[in-house]
Design a protein. Structure first.
Length: 191
């Protein structure tokens, strides 16, 4: 009886090893796809990918669009310059998206203005209209359904693309007695 159990257990182990071997040979994408996309591109900045602003100074879009890289008023506005860099040997599509899940935001996302430009301050698609979009109105990310898409683009192997993101509280917001805040993180990921 013990000999029969040992043979049965060995047979199960051998079948399991054969199954894993066949899975690795015939479905390599199953093992590599989840990590390769995140390593194909990287988001590079001299700042953290976290943006937190407060409601002390709501502003009109014309002023928000001209925010410069300064520590002055950095708690009420954000100027985030960053690069998306290809680490792959092939061209790929990618997405830049923002997630507010890690924060207990006390400002509704419908008041958070988002303005994305290239390195020459030329507004990108979706940010080139008269009205600046809010975090709330951005499309849902196709890579992370709990996040908002800022940009969807194409990058060549070894290429680096530069961006500037400006964030502020819109002038339709009514300031109260208490200070409220809104936080988000910015990500870039290959499609």
């Amino acid at each position: 009886m013990v000999k029969g159990e040992i043979i049965r257990n060995l047979l199960i182990i051998v079948l399991f090893i054969v199954f894993i071997f066949l899975l690795v040979i015939f479905y390599p994408r199953f093992f590599h796809n989840s990590t390769s996309n995140s390593n194909e591109i990287s988001l590079v900045s001299n700042k953290e990918n976290t943006i937190i602003i407060q409601d002390n100074f709501p502003m009109i879009d014309d002023i928000g669009k001209s925010i410069t890289d300064s520590n002055e008023n950095s708690n009420v506005q954000a100027y985030y310059n960053f690069e998306v860099k290809s680490n792959s040997d092939k061209d790929t599509y990618y997405e830049i998206y923002a997630s507010d899940l890690d924060y207990d935001n006390t400002i509704h996302s419908n008041y958070i203005k988002m303005y994305l430009t290239d390195e020459n301050n030329k507004p990108l698609s979706g940010f080139d209209n008269l009205a600046v979009p809010t975090f709330y109105n951005l499309k849902v990310s196709s890579l992370n359904p709990t996040s908002k898409r800022l940009y969807y683009g194409y990058i060549k192997s070894g290429e680096t693309q530069k961006f500037i993101l400006r964030v502020w509280v819109g002038d339709a917001y009514a300031v109260g007695v208490d200070t409220n805040s809104f936080g988000m993180k910015i990500y870039a990921e290959a499609k």
